[in-house]
Design a protein around this ligand. Structure first.
Ligand code: PA5
Length: 374
């Protein structure tokens, strides 16, 4: 169950209209997704996860942005121990990082999950080529094919075509779900299942959120909008659990790419306390007052809870609006709820700011410049 500690004067008619618009949007497939879980696909995901665990020491997860951050966020937060290690690749164009990941796998048994909806993104394409080469050298071309799991579009793209032509095990990114809203599809479910996350519980949490989290998400979206209209232009996501650092990264991508367009948007930043109280705490307490803090209040131990209360008091007295989002359980179910809550709140917030939550035209600008250079 998600709880929020604020009750703004919501224009309920406006928000009902926005919800309807989102449900009708061709990219709004994630809204009803938890209610339409495909049992056959979940069984395929679990079977693939089992095979990978049986024949591999490493899973090389290749993807970037929405094809990477969500599942890593949950895996890092829960740190289940399936015995297998996940290595992330294709999330930069650094040769140093690529060589490090190749060396890290070394001569161990491994499989690859390459995740790209478009199938054409440069970072994962380059990493995939390098790891595929390593796989073929180690196992030969035929066995290598059986160790590649491609998560991509159902009908088009170069990754799709390659997967079909070579008989890789394929999982689909639904047409009506964009990258940053795709963590509850095979994009996130396969790597999470491989890592040992209980994906049934995760999906059960998301399903519960389709009923329970709507009202808190509306309040949160409205609160953000109110703050933005009152010259607060930066939101700092704060958590007190170090393992949730990547959940903050997922949030930054979700909100940044959904809202930052047409001269609009709230800059998403993040901190993990108490570590960052000793680096950014000074700024939070006394710096420029253009920001607010959104605490994700995970269930935590008594000592850490005291830090949460101390920070809320101190920062409120320092003139920062402090919002708190409470999560009932620190487990797969709790993260399923949180993911759905934030996706919904984010899409509604973007609509309130008058922008399309589902496109990312600005990402193309850098890609085009790079294309000219290479
Ligand atoms: O949210 C998004 O749409 C993006 O962040 C994409 O996920 C990211 O650019 C990767 O795209 P693709 O999955 O097509 O490789």
């Amino acid at each position: 169950m998600i709880t929020v500690n604020f009750s703004p004067q919501v224009d309920t008619a406006k928000m009902a209209g926005i919800l309807q618009e989102l449900k009708a949007d061709p990219m709004g497939g994630w809204i009803e997704l938890p209610k339409k879980v495909n049992a056959e696909e979940i069984a395929r995901i679990k079977a693939a996860a089992k095979k990978i665990n049986e024949d591999s020491e490493y899973l090389v997860c290749i993807g970037i942005g929405g094809s990477y951050l969500g599942h890593r966020a949950v895996v890092e937060a829960l740190r289940p121990d399936s015995g297998l290690k996940i290595i992330y690749a294709g999330k930069s164009l650094s040769r140093r990082e690529l060589e490090y990941t190749l060396n890290k796998v070394g001569d161990k048994d491994f499989s690859i999950n390459v995740i790209s909806k478009s199938g054409a993104t440069l970072e994962p394409s380059i990493a995939f080529a390098a790891f595929k080469d390593k796989l073929i050298k180690k196992y030969g071309p035929e066995e290598a094919k059986g160790r590649i799991y491609a998560t991509t579009d159902a009908v088009q793209g170069s990754l799709h075509d390659e997967a079909v032509n070579n008989g890789y095990t394929m999982f689909v990114v639904p047409d009506n779900i964009g990258g940053r809203y795709s963590v509850l599809t095979a994009v996130g479910l396969l790597p999470m299942a491989v890592a040992g996350v209980n994906i049934d519980e995760l999906l059960a949490g998301a399903l519960a959120a389709t009923a329970d989290a709507v009202e808190p998400a509306i309040r949160y979206a409205w609160m953000r909008y109110t703050l933005a209209m009152n010259k607060y232009d930066t939101e700092v996501f704060a958590s007190f659990e170090p393992f949730t650092e990547f959940f903050n990264e997922w949030l930054k991508q979700l909100f940044g790419e959904s809202e930052g367009k047409n001269g609009q948007g709230i800059w998403p930043a993040s901190v993990v306390y108490s570590t960052d109280l000793h680096s950014l705490g000074q700024f939070m307490q006394e710096g420029r007052r253009n920001l607010w803090e959104t605490i994700i209040d995970y269930p935590t131990d008594e000592m850490n809870k005291k830090v949460v209360h101390a920070v809320m008091k101190a920062h409120t007295s320092g003139g920062i609006p402090v919002l708190s989002i409470g999560v009932s359980s620190y487990d797969a179910k709790g993260f399923g709820e949180l993911i759905y809550f934030f996706e919904l709140a984010c899409a509604m917030s973007a609509k309130l700011l008058g922008v399309n939550p589902f496109d990312q035209p600005g990402v193309e600008a850098y890609k085009n410049e790079l294309k000219k250079l290479i």
